[in-house]
Write a protein that binds this ligand. Structure first.
Ligand code: SAM
Length: 259
């Protein structure tokens, strides 16, 4: 969805995404039992903050595979981490290789999300932990009391939902993850949700504004948001006096049964 743009803005967008979401992700990884010696993978590793955190936790005796189709933004990984170029919807991740596998904001973009989860599930050791995190864009809503802002922000929110549906994707994908883990027989499933109400100019605000700016042609093509709406949205998400809720993140941890 975000391929094909300039590298510098995309790297900044990924870094804002990391700053907004890493605290919850790292807490879920600790709950998954990340510790020295573990073998881990981050699928769709992006700019690599999760892979770097995993590497710090597993140390020299462990290993982290930072898996991504597109390795442009990965770098600066420590020795115990390696970059792996692979398409999780097509390529083999192996069988019973990993203690912990994580993927964030990956599945919502994939038509073959079930195949991707199958590959991750197969690659987990018995007793291993799968941590999947994704967005629910139905939760987005303006908190501005100014109708000239809130109307535009909510028009863009409606266009986001329609854009996903038009591509045959689910804008509320995060909500489906617990059932996906149940269907594979996961044990001890834990679900955390986070829908922060944030000021413009925060990493979450800027991430949302820059993402919609990048996608503006597709959003306007839905007929639900105008060019002016996208411009108002962009200003609102960068203005510290404007509050908004931009999505909910659903984080799910499940354990693969020991045989
Ligand atoms: C929205 S970014 C999220 C990056 C990172 N997970 C994070 O949350 O900070 C999605 C990442 O998944 C990668 N990706 C998309 N489709 C993929 C596939 N089929 N196999 C592996 N990686 C994929 C993209 O290249 C991109 O780096």
């Amino acid at each position: 969805m975000f391929g094909g743009g300039d590298d510098a803005p995309e790297l900044t967008r990924l870094q804002n995404l990391e700053a907004a979401h890493d605290p919850l992700t790292f807490a879920m990884l600790r709950q998954a039992g990340i510790s020295p010696g573990k073998i881990c993978a981050d699928i769709g590793a992006g700019a690599g903050s999760v892979a770097r955190y995993m590497a710090e936790q597993v140390g020299g005796e462990g290993r982290v595979d930072a898996v991504d189709l597109d390795q442009r933004f990965l770098g600066g990984l420590p020795d115990c981490a390696r970059q792996v170029t692979l398409d999780i919807t097509k390529d083999d991740l192996g069988e019973a290789v990993y203690d912990i596998i994580h993927a964030r904001f990956l599945l919502i973009h994939l038509h073959e999300a079930d195949r991707a989860v199958d590959a991750m599930w197969r690659a987990l050791k018995p007793g291993g932990a799968l941590v999947l995190e994704d967005a629910n864009f139905h939760a987005a809503y303006s908190a501005s009391p100014d109708p000239s802002i809130s109307e535009s922000v909510n028009n863009v929110g409606a266009a986001v939902l329609e854009m996903f549906r038009g591509r045959g994707l689910d804008p509320g994908f995060g909500l489906r993850i617990p059932s996906m883990l149940d269907a594979r027989g996961a044990e001890s499933v834990v679900v955390e949700t986070s829908a922060p109400l944030v000021r413009g100019g925060t990493p979450m605000g800027v991430l949302s504004g820059e993402s919609k700016h990048f996608l503006r042609k597709d959003l306007i093509a839905t007929g639900l948001a105008s060019e002016e709406d996208v411009a108002v949205y962009h200003r609102a998400t960068h203005d510290p006096l404007v509050w908004g809720m931009y999505h909910c993140t659903v984080s799910v941890l499940g354990l693969k049964p020991r045989i």
